[in-house]
Design a protein. Structure first.
Length: 408
């Protein structure tokens, strides 16, 4: 049998794949040397290997059989209690009924889609926005409506105009999704003034905000302060914000441990929805993460990681200036993993990607992040994983791919 389309449900036929997974397949299938600016992977040299090894040896000693047992759907309770402490450090006050763990933040996005989005809904997102959210929300058969960003985050006037236009057209519009800290892909940080105004807007217009915050701890102290990254959730007095975060960027992504903090009734529905997805949490991973918190490993990670990724950012910016001068432009990243570059006039990101791969370098095309059809003059470059030498080499390869057109 060659075709199974007749057996697929309408949802099965229309599932949307994440563009980042497609890029991973391209990288895996390509032979020869390929420098990747595509994947937003943490640098494994920043993982606390010795501490993980010590924790794992103790947990796997066989003294406690529950280490390898099934775990509760909502998560390992001591970890949840430790997450309350992490949240408090970010200015967020929460109780146990308001938090749950997820298998990575992507599962949190999928729970949002399953529980809060109905077919035909309009969901508001930034332009550009995270591709994982695009995939999760589109699989819920909604319409994604983009709102432009300024240098300090989402344009609030355009946001309100878009909301009112969609509601006037008869659409149900209940959600705004955004990444306020070092946004993926644009690297933008939402200003504190806009954060306060967004909370007021959400209450006035009766909207929930899904705040995705994987990078908040990774600010660069030459251009940002911890106070600049204060989550919207920290000032949410009306239960409007559903907050997602993760240990993937600060400990290691292989553990697949993230969490949701939100109003207890919504978290309860997420818990019920999660029961049909994986039923039980990955208890070993969660216990390693819990021990990493209580032993101070997580707290010790932040400063070295900020210095590491700040250095990588500097190397990439210096290499881009050396190769392109002012012909390639970007807003300097103030944290996170990514640089969002504007191509010179006449370049298209998809055509450039094909040429770049011929020269042994890969990135993510800008149009993949834009739900309004824009972004063809943009590329996302990740500086988190390649070594400084590979960053310089990769930028030189990118310049070689662009040189014929640049020389015209």
């Amino acid at each position: 049998m060659n075709s199974y389309d007749q057996f697929l449900s309408p949802l099965g036929r229309n599932l949307h794949e994440s563009v980042l997974r497609k890029m991973g397949q391209v990288i895996a299938s390509r032979r020869g040397d390929l420098i990747s600016f595509a994947a937003g992977y943490p640098d494994p040299t920043g993982f606390p290997w010795d501490e993980f090894r010590e924790i794992a040896n103790e947990l796997l000693s066989g003294k406690d059989g529950s280490v390898l047992q099934y775990g509760p759907t909502r998560g390992y309770r001591p970890l949840l209690e430790s997450i309350l402490g992490v949240l408090e450090g970010r200015g967020i006050r929460a109780d146990l009924p308001q938090v749950m763990t997820t298998s990575g933040s992507q599962q949190g996005l999928d729970l949002v889609a399953r529980v809060l989005i109905a077919p035909g809904d309009a969901v508001l997102v930034e332009v550009p926005t995270y591709t994982g959210a695009i995939a999760a929300f589109r699989n819920a058969q909604c319409q994604l409506v983009g709102v432009r960003q300024d240098h300090d985050g989402i344009n609030l006037e355009a946001l309100d105009e878009t909301l009112m236009r969609e509601r006037a057209a008869g659409k149900r519009v209940n959600l705004l999704y955004l990444v306020p800290n070092f946004q993926n892909p644009a690297g933008i940080m939402l200003s504190l003034q806009k954060r306060a105004r967004l909370l007021e807007w959400a209450e006035r217009r009766n909207v929930l905000i899904v705040e995705d915050d994987p990078y908040g701890d990774l600010f660069f102290d030459d251009v940002a302060r911890v106070s600049d990254t204060r989550p919207l959730k920290a000032d949410d007095r009306d239960g409007r914000v559903i907050y997602l975060s993760t240990f993937s960027k600060t400990l290691a992504p292989g553990f697949r441990v993230a969490w949701v903090a939100g109003p207890a009734p919504i978290v309860e529905r997420f818990d019920t929805a999660k029961q049909s997805m994986d039923l039980m949490c990955g208890i070993l991973d969660q216990r390693v993460v819990h021990q990493s918190i209580v032993r101070g490993v997580l707290a010790r990670q932040a400063d070295p990681l900020r210095k590491l990724y700040r250095m990588r950012r500097d190397v990439m910016e210096q290499a881009l200036r050396a190769q392109f001068g002012d012909r390639l432009t970007w807003n300097p990243p103030r944290g996170g993993f990514f640089l969002w570059a504007k191509l010179p006039d006449g370049f298209d990101c998809e055509a450039l990607l094909a040429k770049a791969m011929e020269h042994g370098v890969i990135f993510v095309i800008g149009s993949a992040f834009c739900v309004d059809g824009s972004g063809h003059d943009r590329i996302r470059l990740s500086f988190s994983w390649p070594t400084p030498e590979r960053i310089r080499d990769g930028v030189q390869r990118l310049a070689s791919a662009m040189q014929p057109e640049l020389a015209r």
